[in-house]
Design a protein around this ligand. Structure first.
Ligand SMILES: NC(=O)c1ccc[n+]([C@@H]2O[C@H](COP(=O)([O-])OP(=O)(O)OC[C@H]3O[C@@H](n4cnc5c(N)ncnc54)[C@H](OP(=O)(O)O)[C@@H]3O)[C@@H](O)[C@H]2O)c1
Length: 336
């Protein structure tokens, strides 16, 4: 018996990746239904693996009340706000990529490698964390567990695919035509970098930056960690990069840190300056791991550590993490 799965926002950048990841990971499927707005309803999506086409359906309250094993949402916060509770009320498990429910204390915020224990016995809506938070936490959680962390200073270098398919088209068009106007961003993105992701808060941080602060606290269940992020959009199509500075609670031993990271779930260490080995977005595209390089001890603070962390934002930062939550829930069910 397979799983009945529905994808809300199936025609978007994340939705398309979810379909790809489900096929690749051989998730046992009995039924796959795809939902979007009127703009895409009626279009067909090819599932090469099954030699089959699925017609995109219009998202309505009625279809959300039907029975599914899992509904994966990636259609934006307002769609999740309206439709996810209807689906959950009907007894469906919902995995939501939007930020809408993430800070709700009754809703688990899950990175399966880090905190799948919170899914035990749970039914309802589960939130997928922010893409930049996911890759940062996959890399630092093992260090947090072993040494403790006082402070995180992180700067992100985020790909345009993080803003959806319209942003991918905007960069493509601006690379072809210098005069192509900016619609998605406040500035031209081609040849530029923009230190502004999501809206500004009164304290000067953007909402994207504050997500990294509060989601870190929720996932690691520790709000004493001081997190200071700067989130920047750069003209890369796929893959977010992060320069992360950690102040641990103990003195840094670089060999031990590398060994800990090498043994960590979901992490691949790519670090050898002698042969220019470090991860970059192009190299990690279409992979499900979080890559860590440039691992080095601070020149002044014996507890200070710098890392360069790269992952595919549409895969580990969204689609793969959501599918891994389905897999984790199924494993929990099997373990009884
Ligand atoms: N991109 C990332 O790296 C990333 C990472 C983590 C989380 N997320 C989150 O995932 C969500 C989707 O992001 P995305 O990048 O995939 O956006 P996107 O490329 O713009 O896709 C949006 C999807 O939502 C659908 N949609 C829009 N309005 C709808 C409506 N009224 N009813 C039904 N469907 C509707 C669109 O369908 P149509 O084809 O009909 O327009 C499309 O399938 C957002 O909440 C985003 O914050 C994105």
């Amino acid at each position: 018996m397979g799983l009945a799965i529905g994808i809300v926002g199936a025609t978007g950048a994340v939705g398309q990746k979810i379909i790809e990841v489900i096929m690749e990971r051989n998730l046992p499927i009995s039924e796959l239904r795809l939902f979007a707005s009127e703009k895409s309803a009626g279009k067909t999506v090819k599932l090469d693996k099954y030699n089959k086409e699925v017609t995109v359906e219009l998202l309505t309250e009625e279809v959300m009340k039907e029975k599914y094993d899992y509904l994966l949402f990636s259609a934006g916060g307002s769609i999740s706000e309206k439709y996810a509770p209807i689906a959950a009320e009907a007894g469906n498990m919902v995995i939501d990529n939007s930020s809408h429910f993430r800070m709700n204390k009754d809703i688990p915020l899950v990175i399966p490698e880090v905190n799948s224990h919170v899914l035990k016995g749970y039914k309802g809506i589960v939130s997928n964390p922010n893409c930049s938070t996911i890759q940062m936490i996959v890399a630092i959680a093992p260090l947090y567990r072993k040494y403790g962390i006082n402070r995180i200073v992180v700067s992100t270098y985020q790909a345009v695919s993080g803003s959806g398919y319209k942003a991918i088209e905007e960069l493509q068009n601006q690379l072809r035509d210098k005069e192509y106007p900016n619609k998605v961003y406040t500035r031209k993105i081609a040849g530029n970098c923009i230190p502004h992701i999501d809206i500004f808060n009164e304290n000067g941080f953007t909402k994207e930056e504050l997500k990294m602060v509060y989601e870190t606290h929720k996932i690691l269940e520790d709000d004493t960690i001081e997190v200071n992020p700067t989130a920047v959009r750069i003209p890369v199509f796929y893959g977010h990069s992060e320069s992360i500075y950690l102040e641990l609670k103990e003195e840094v031993n670089i060999n031990e840190i590398k060994k800990t990271l090498e043994e960590s779930k979901g992490v691949i260490v790519e670090d050898d300056p002698k042969i220019n080995r470090y991860p970059t977005p192009i190299e990690v595209e279409n992979t499900d791991f979080t890559y860590v390089g440039r691992i080095r001890k601070d020149l002044y603070n014996p507890k200070g550590l710098s890392l360069w962390v790269v992952a595919d934002n549409l895969r580990k930062g969204a689609a793969t993490n959501a599918v891994q939550i389905v897999e984790a829930m199924e494993n929990i069910k099997m373990e009884g």
